[in-house]
Design a protein around this ligand. Structure first.
Ligand SMILES: Nc1ncnc2c1ncn2[C@@H]1O[C@H](COP(=O)(O)OP(=O)(O)O)[C@@H](O)[C@H]1O
Ligand code: SF4
Ligand SMILES: [Mg+2]
Length: 389
C-alpha cells in the first residue's frame, strides 16, 4: 500500500496495543518538568517556589532520570549580505527544561516551526554547539563530552526521522545500512554479526532474507522499520522519535507505533516522541509537553493534559482533535493570526498576539511556570492569582 500523508485521526486505528502492556507504573513516576525559569517555579499546592536553584548552579544528577534538560537554548544566527554579518538570531529553542524518567515516553507537541525538531537535535548535540543551558544524559553533560566520548555516547542516544527514505542511503543494501554503525562501534564479535543483524531485523518485522535488497525496494512502512532497526541495532537507551509516523499511511502508523512500544517494553527504552498528531501522542506518551515559539508552555501527565488542558494555546490546539462520538459537538477554538517569527518573538507572553484571553500585563511580563495540580505545570498569567490565593 502506498504511504500517504496522514489524513485522519489516530482514533481510527484498531490495532494499537493496549498501553497496560507497559506495566502498572503510575504516570506521576514517569517524568518531572520545569520550564524556562527554574528559579521562579511557583506551586499552588504549597504556595512556595518549588525550585530554589537558579540556572547558573551546577545541575545535580538525579539517577532516576536518564535525561535532565535545563533552560536549553538553541539560536541560529541570521546572516546578511555579502559579508555574512550576523543581523539577528532565530530563537528556535528559547529555554526548555524537563526531566525524563527511564523507560518512559514524553510526547512533544506544537505547531510546525515551534522548535520540536531543534529541541530533539540539540539534546543529541546534532546541531553544533548549544546557545545556553544544560543537557545531562545519564548525569553527564552532553556538550562537555570529548569527540571520542560523544562518538561512544552516540550508540546510547539515537534518532528516528519523519522521512525514512531520505535518511537511508539508496546505494546500500539494508543489511549494511542496519549493520554499518554496529560494525563501526564493534558492538558484536565478527562471527556473530550476521545473526545479530538477522535478529534485529526479525524483531523489527523485517524478513532477514531481504537484507540484500535496497531501500527503494521497500514500502514506506518497511523503510521506517529499517530506520528503527538501524537505531535499535546499536542498543540505545534513549531514542528521539521525530514525527516517525507522520509520513505513513494511517494503517501502517499503528504497526510502527506497536513496534516502538514493543521494543520499549523489551529493551526498557526511553523515548522523546515528537509529533503534531495529538491522538498518536495521547496514545504513546506518559507525559506531554506543549511547545510554542521555542518554549514549553504546559507540561504534565498525558491524562491530565488531555483531560484538563490549562494554557489557552493548549486548549486551542486540543480543540481540533476529532471526537469519535457523533453526539458530541466539537467546539473548535480557531487561533487568530499566524505563529510569529522566532527571530522576532513578541514581548511578554510570546502567545499574547494570538490569545483571546490576553490581558495588559501579558504584553510586557513574561509569565512564570506554576504547578496547578501535582505534576501539571503551566506558564500563563491567568494562573498568577490562583497561585497567590
Ligand atoms: N539550521 C537552521 N538554521 C536556521 N533556522 C533554523 C534551522 N533549523 C530550524 N530553524 C528554524 O527554527 C524554527 C524551529 O524549527 P523546527 O525545530 O524545525 O520546528 P518544528 O520541528 O517544531 O517544526 C523554525 O523557524 C525553523 O525555520
Ligand atoms: S499569559 Fe496572557 S497572553 Fe499568555 S497565554 Fe496566558 S492569558 Fe494568554
Ligand atoms: Mg520538526
Amino acid at each position: 500500500m502506498a504511504d500517504n500523508k496522514n489524513q485522519g485521526g489516530f482514533n481510527q486505528l484498531p490495532e494499537i496495543h493496549n498501553k497496560s502492556l507497559r506495566g502498572p507504573q503510575h504516570l506521576s513516576e514517569h517524568a518531572d518538568f520545569i520550564t524556562s525559569q527554574p528559579s521562579e517555579i511557583k506551586s499552588i499546592k504549597d504556595g512556595k517556589a518549588a525550585a530554589a536553584e537558579g540556572p547558573k548552579d551546577k545541575l545535580e544528577y538525579d539517577p532516576q532520570y536518564i535525561l535532565q534538560v535545563r533552560d536549553l537554548k538553541k539560536h541560529f544566527p541570521i546572516k546578511d549580505g555579502m559579508l555574512g554579518r550576523v543581523s539577528g538570531y532565530v530563537k528556535a529553542v528559547d529555554g526548555v527544561t524537563f526531566n525524563l524518567k527511564r523507560g518512559t515516553t514524553m510526547g512533544l507537541v506544537g505547531e510546525s516551526g515551534c522548535g520540536k525538531t531543534t529541541t530533539g537535535r540539540a539534546i543529541l548535540r546534532l546541531s553544533g554547539e548549544k546557545t545556553a543551558g544544560d543537557v545531562l544524559f545519564n548525569g553527564k553533560e552532553v556538550y562537555d563530552l570529548t569527540k571520542k566520548e560523544l562518538h561512544d555516547a552516540r550508540t546510547k542516544m539515537q534518532i528516528i526521522f519523519q522521512d525514512p527514505f531520505s535518511s537511508l542511503s539508496p546505494r546500500m543494501p539494508v543489511g549494511e545500512i542496519i549493520g554499518e554503525a554496529v560494525r563501526e562501534h564493534n558492538l558484536v564479535p565478527k562471527a556473530e554479526f550476521n545473526d545479530y543483524i538477522d535478529d534485529i531485523m526479525d524483531k523489527c518485522g523485517l524478513q532477514p532474507f531481504h537484507k540484500d535488497r535496497y531501500p527503494h525496494e521497500f514500502s514506506g512502512g518497511q523503510r521506517q522499520r529499517i530506520c528503527i532497526a538501524r537505531a535499535l541495532a546499536l542498543n540505545p537507551e534513549f531514542v528521539v522519535c521525530d514525527e516517525p509516523v507522520s509520513a505513513l499511511d494511517v494503517s501502517i502508523q499503528a504497526q510502527i507505533i506497536n513496534l516502538l512500544e514493543d521494543r520499549q517494553e523489551q529493551f526498557g527504552l526511553t523515548y522523546l516522541f515528537i509529533s503534531h498528531d495529538l491522538s498518536v501522542v495521547e496514545h504513546i506518551s506518559d507525559t506531554v509537553g506543549v511547545m510554542y515559539l521555542g518554549n514549553l508552555v504546559e507540561y504534565g501527565e498525558t491524562e491530565d493534559i488531555f483531560r484538563n488542558p490549562l494554557h489557552p494555546y493548549t486548549k486551542a490546539l486540543f480543540s481540533a482533535i476529532p471526537v469519535p462520538d457523533p453526539t458530541v459537538k466539537m467546539k473548535r477554538i480557531v487561533l487568530e493570526g499566524s505563529i510569529p517569527s522566532p527571530a522576532n518573538p513578541p514581548e511578554g507572553c510570546k502567545f499574547h498576539t494570538r490569545c483571546a484571553q490576553c490581558m495588559e500585563r501579558c504584553k510586557h511580563e513574561v509569565p512564570v511556570q506554576r504547578e496547578i495540580e501535582p505534576g501539571h505545570f503551566v506558564v500563563c498569567h491567568l494562573f498568577d492569582d490562583a497561585a497567590e490565593a
